[in-house]
Structures are given as C-alpha cells and as structure tokens.
Write a protein that binds this ligand. Structure first.
Ligand code: NAD
Length: 260
C-alpha cells in the first residue's frame, strides 16, 4: 500500500469496522484521511487518526451534499488524487430494528436507504474524478441483505440495494480501472450493531453455527479489505466478499450448537 492514499469514512471509535480496515491499510504503508460524523465523534476519531499518522480529519455528514463536496474538495486540495475509499456507514432508527419489517415507516425507510445505500453512490461521484490512475471503492454489507435475519428489517433492504449498487458502479467504473466491492462482515459488537434488537443472541448464534465456530474480528475484516483495496485484488470487482467465518454457507443448525 506504500504510495497509496485512501479516505476512511465511518470510524466512530476503536471498535468500528472502518478502524479495523484503516489499521491494516496503515500497517501496510497507506497514507490515510478520515471523515467523522459531527463534533461529538471528533474527540474519538482524532486520537485514532493520530495513531496512524493521519493529519487529514474532515467532518462529513452523508445526508448533506455540501458536506460531502467540502470533504472531497479538501482531499483534492491536499492530495490532488485518491487511490481508495472505505465507506463503512449505515443508519436506521433503532425502534424499527426490532419487531416486524412490516411496520417500517416511510420516513425511516427513506432515511435508512439514503444513509446506508445512496451515500455510497454519492461518495463515488466525488471520488471518481480524483482517481485518475484507477482506484478501489469498498463498502460494508451484511448477510441480512441475502436472507431474512431477525430484527435486521429495513437494514436488510438497504444492504440488498447497496450490494446491487456495487455491481452497477463496478460496471460503470471498470473502464476507468476503478474497482468497486463490498465485504459482507459477520456480526461484530460495534456502536451501530448495538441498535439491533437481540444482537447478543445473533452473535452467539453465529459463533455456534458458522463453520469456523467463532465470530470474526475487525482486523480480519481489515485483512480482507487490504486485499480488495490493494493491487492484490486487481482482478476483482463487483464482488461481495463474505468475511463471516463461513456462516453464509450453512443451511442448517450445527448438531453441536446449543444457544442458552
Ligand atoms: P460503527 O457505529 O462503528 O460505524 C457506523 C458509522 O456510520 C459511524 O461512524 C457513524 O458516524 C456513521 N454514520 C451514520 N450516519 C452517518 C451520516 N449521516 N453521515 C456520516 N456518517 C454516518 O459500526 P460498524 O458496525 O463498524 O458499521 C460500519 C459498517 O459495517 C456499516 O455499514 C454496517 O452496516 C456494516 N456492518 C456491520 C456489521 C456488524 O455486525 N457490526 C456487520 C456487517 C456490516
């Protein structure tokens, strides 16, 4: 990753998946810039950016076009170009990540799809002009896009739309040498995950039923991220890479699994 410059969007704290990817990318020599959502997160993100020697730390709320424009304008001024972007951003009203999908409101449907899906396309629109020598765009998904997972509800619909946007963006941007992929991460205890009803049960269920019989770490997601962001993944685009201890391959409960 030496000589590569990347923007990391979605660090909230040191448990964030975006931080796992940032650490691995930095360990392999990438130069990083970070965005953070609102002043409340600045005090958490600043020490992390310092840890990996980053001096570009920009506010960005992806619901605000002007805010995304401003962040990319600064990247352009400081770097003139960009090699990769990590988009690890999602939001839904937590009252609707419990109970039935049937009860999703129009307001929360639109907000969840806006922040968790459209924002990746909005970010791509600004990143592409800076990727003059090709590049790599990466976002984060979850198995709830493919199969019904308890309480994931409207986020499952948003992730399905996100995974499909990955394919359309990959096809649009392939001729420019820009690759677009997602990682479908297994459940990890983060701030965003704490909004999902019964998340502890989901973690336990995955641990007991995944082929590897354990959950994944943000560093493991980071390692897979390194593959997709670096030239190691040069032939891979439009892909949704599962980093979930193999959970997505299993069609039935393991005989040795017993959730308390
Ligand atoms: P996290 O809470 O650490 O990160 C979520 C980030 O989204 C935060 O940094 C938050 O500031 C940002 N965000 C939300 N609304 C925003 C807005 N309007 N503008 C800018 N930023 C905004 O949680 P995480 O689990 O690391 O989530 C990162 C990504 O990984 C999400 O897309 C999530 O859906 C996905 N994911 C998480 C899991 C899991 O189990 N934790 C599994 C699979 C996929």
């Amino acid at each position: 990753m030496a000589g590569k410059r990347g923007l990391i969007m979605g660090v909230a704290n040191d448990r964030s998946i975006a931080w796992g990817i940032a650490q691995v990318a930095a360990q392999h020599g990438a130069q990083l810039a970070f965005t953070y959502q609102g002043d409340a997160l600045l005090k958490r993100v600043k020490p992390l950016a310092d840890q990996v020697g980053s001096d570009i730390l920009l506010p960005c709320d992806v619901t605000d076009e002007a805010s995304i424009d401003a962040a990319f304008e600064t990247i352009k001024e400081k770097w003139g170009g960009l090699d990769f972007v990590v988009h690890a951003i999602a939001f839904s009203d937590k009252n609707e990540l419990d109970g039935l999908y049937l009860n999703t409101t129009r307001g929360n449907f639109l907000k969840s799809l806006d922040i968790s899906c459209y924002s990746f396309t909005a970010v791509a629109q600004r990143a592409v002009p800076l990727m003059k020598e090709g590049g790599s765009l990466l976002t984060l998904s979850y198995y709830g896009a493919e199969k019904v997972m308890p309480h994931y509800n409207v986020m499952g619909v948003a992730k399905a739309a996100l995974e499909t946007s990955v394919k359309y963006l990959a096809n649009d941007l392939g001729p420019q040498g820009i690759r677009v992929n997602s990682i479908s991460a297994g459940p990890i205890k983060t701030l965003a995950a704490s909004g999902i009803g019964d998340f502890r049960y989901i973690l336990k269920w995955n641990e007991l039923n995944a082929p590897l019989r354990r959950n994944v770490t943000i560093t493991e997601v980071g390692n897979a991220g390194l593959f997709l962001l670096s030239d190691l993944g040069s032939g891979v685009t439009g892909e949704n890479l599962h980093v979930d201890s193999g959970y997505h391959t299993v069609g039935m409960v393991q005989v040795d699994a017993a959730v308390e």
